[in-house]
Write a protein that binds this ligand. Structure first.
Ligand code: ADE
Ligand code: ZN
Length: 335
């Protein structure tokens, strides 16, 4: 079963590219940019990765992201992630990036987007991995700052398929960003939002009704509201769930307590994702494997999750159908 999961073709829809920055590359980039890190070595970095909640993670994550200064830095980080995708049979990925984190430290939008996009183009050529980029606004910052970032992104539309909302959820409801998302939709960007990770079900309603999102990132708290759960089922709104992340950030005490398979069995459109793999102890395959080892996920459930990952992607319909077909053949051949 573990080999079946590893070799299964799959898509990833919830990965913060800055969250894929492994300690060894973080040190190498810090060294070449002459930035001192608050850690003596990689082991100390890993020891620091003990989190109580989302905020305690974000505090460390933003420090790590601050080593990134040049186009080459963004390229190298993205390339390292794509090499992992290739190893893990991830054939399509939709990546978040957080431009405000970098622009607030003097890095130009152009540097960020060109570094990441160039790596994605090379990933298509070298590995045949398709990808889209989603710009996330940091919800702890103001709506004005998000709007300025959106306006900057308009010139780069050919590289960015959509916009999202991440960072500290509590106290920063989706409604804070109504105007920004309205403008984004007018400009032709698709929309997504983190909601119902630490925040209440009400934030999921807001993301749907006020920000008109195509997917909810996390969304695992939806089950606290039966009407909301019903709506998510009826409309087949995808949830990009991140099991290892949820345990690391204490959203669930342990994988055994995670509700992902319950959501799947209720016919919610659930997908599996890694969120910030360098920080949470695993990439996409490790997330699938832990669901098998600890929640007893069976083959049928694994294939449904992978199928959902393609169907919930922003790929054109013909590409979705093609990928689902390849997946179904793979599952049949393994019988
Ligand atoms: N930024 C990176 N990872 C995040 C997460 N899991 N939730 C909110 N913001 C994030
Ligand atoms: Zn996330």
């Amino acid at each position: 079963m573990i080999d079946f999961l590893k070799n299964m073709p799959k898509a990833e829809l919830h990965i913060h590219i800055e969250g894929s920055l492994e300690p060894d590359l973080m040190f190498e980039i810090a060294r070449r940019n002459q930035i001192s890190l608050p850690y003596a070595n990689e082991k100390e970095v890993r020891n620091a990765y003990q989190f109580n909640d989302l905020q305690s993670f974000l505090d460390i994550y933003y420090k790590g992201a601050n080593v990134l200064k040049t186009k080459q830095d963004f390229y190298d980080m993205t390339w390292a992630y794509l090499a992992r995708c290739h190893d893990q049979n991830i054939v399509h990925t939709e990546l978040f990036f957080d431009p405000q984190t970098h622009m607030d430290h003097g890095v130009d939008f152009d540097v960020i987007i060109n570094g990441i996009s160039r790596a994605l183009e090379d990933g298509k050529k070298a590995f045949n991995i398709t990808s889209y980029l989603v710009l996330c606004f940091l919800r702890h910052l103001s709506a004005e700052s998000a709007m300025k970032t959106l306006v900057r992104a308009i010139d780069y539309k050919q590289h960015i398929i959509g916009v999202g909302l991440d960072s500290s959820e509590m106290g920063h409801p989706p409604e804070k960003f109504i105007n920004v998302f309205e403008r984004a939709l007018k400009e032709g960007f698709l929309t997504v939002a983190h909601a119902g990770e630490e925040g209440p079900a009400e934030y999921i309603w807001q993301a749907l009704d006020l920000l008109h999102v195509k997917r909810i990132d996390h969304g695992i708290r939806c089950m606290e509201d039966p009407d909301l759960t019903m709506r998510l089922i009826e409309e087949q709104v995808p949830l990009t769930v991140c099991p290892l992340s949820n345990v690391k950030l204490n959203v669930f005490d342990e994988i055994k307590a995670h509700n992902i398979l319950e959501l799947l069995d209720k016919n919610l459109k659930v997908t599996v994702n890694s969120d910030d793999p360098a920080y949470f102890g695993g990439y996409l395959n490790e997330n699938y494997i832990v669901l098998y080892n600890e929640l007893g996920m069976d083959k049928g459930q694994a294939v449904r999750l992978a199928k959902n990952s393609f169907e919930s992607s922003f790929l054109p319909l013909k590409d979705k159908l093609k990928q689902v077909n390849i997946l179904e053949n793979y599952a049949d051949e393994s019988e």
